[in-house]
Each structure stands twice: as structure tokens, then as C-alpha cells.
Design a protein around this ligand. Structure first.
Ligand SMILES: [Mg+2]
Length: 152
């Protein structure tokens, strides 16, 4: 088990991109790693979602426009889960509500990651760049920043 796990890890680490022929092996290795308690990287998730779409011949439908609409639709489903909650209730979700929220968050993430893949956008780099800009925009300790609602 340990050797198979290390082999799977090595196999994944050696590959930046995977062609369709090898997709199944990578997917199984990723699933095995996840089952063993090792976190899955964004790149691995990207590859798995690419494979999922390819197997079902959904690529023609995965245009940036359609994927943006799908992100928006799933974000709406996420919001709907909390729509009538009080702020306090939304802070204390029961197990069933938490599961529904997690499910919709997964939908949002899947479409967002898929859209980044289709557009060849490095989602982590984009997020890091945006965070750096937000740090400049909202300096720590500034009276305008402290306890203020974010502005557009
Ligand atoms: Mg959904």
C-alpha cells in the first residue's frame, strides 16, 4: 500500500499535463491518494474535471460563456440554501444544511475550475494577484478599512 501510494505520488508529480490515454491511471491515483487522506491539488481536480467532461463528450458545451453562466447558476443555488436564514442561523447550520451548502459550493468550484481550464487561466495565480491588489486597496489599520464594509 505504501509503495503503491509513493508510486502514485511520483507518477503525479512527474506530470504537468496528462493526455487522455493516461487519464484513467491519474484519476485512479488521485482517488487513491484522496482516500488515503492526502489532499488533492487544484491541478489534479482540473484534470479530473477535464476527464469527466471528455468522457461524456461535453467539451463542445463547455464554452466560457456557458461555464460562466453555470458558475452563476450554482452560486444562485448556494445563495438559495441560506436565503431565508437569519444571520445567526447561517452561522449554525445543522448537518443536513451543511451538506447541502457543501454540495452547492462544490458545484461552483467545479464550474469555476473547468472555466479556468478552458480559458487556460491559472486560477491560483489570478487569486494571488487579486489578493495582493486587495492588500494595497485595503491597508491594515487604516480608518477607512477597519470594520468597514468592502466597497466595490
Ligand atoms: Mg447545484
Amino acid at each position: 500500500m505504501a509503495i503503491a501510494y509513493i508510486e502514485a505520488l511520483t507518477y503525479l508529480n512527474q506530470r504537468a499535463r496528462v493526455d487522455r490515454r493516461d487519464g484513467l491511471a491519474v484519476r485512479q491515483a488521485t482517488v487513491d491518494r484522496y482516500a488515503a487522506g492526502v489532499s488533492v491539488s487544484l491541478e489534479e481536480l482540473t484534470l479530473m474535471l477535464r476527464e469527466f467532461a471528455a468522457e461524456r463528450e461535453w467539451e463542445p458545451f463547455h464554452t466560457p460563456k456557458n461555464l460562466a453562466m453555470a458558475v452563476s447558476g450554482e452560486a444562485g443555488e448556494l445563495a438559495a440554501e441560506l436565503q431565508w436564514s437569519t444571520p445567526e442561523e447561517s452561522n449554525e447550520l445543522d448537518a443536513a444544511a451543511r451538506e447541502r451548502v457543501a454540495d452547492e459550493m462544490a458545484d461552483v468550484l467545479h464550474y469555476l475550475v473547468r472555466m479556468a481550464d478552458v480559458l487556460d487561466i491559472d486560477l491560483i495565480a489570478a487569486a494571488m494577484d487579486k489578493l495582493a491588489r486587495n492588500r494595497e486597496r485595503f491597508p491594515v489599520g487604516e480608518p477607512e478599512t477597519r470594520r468597514a464594509r468592502p466597497r466595490r
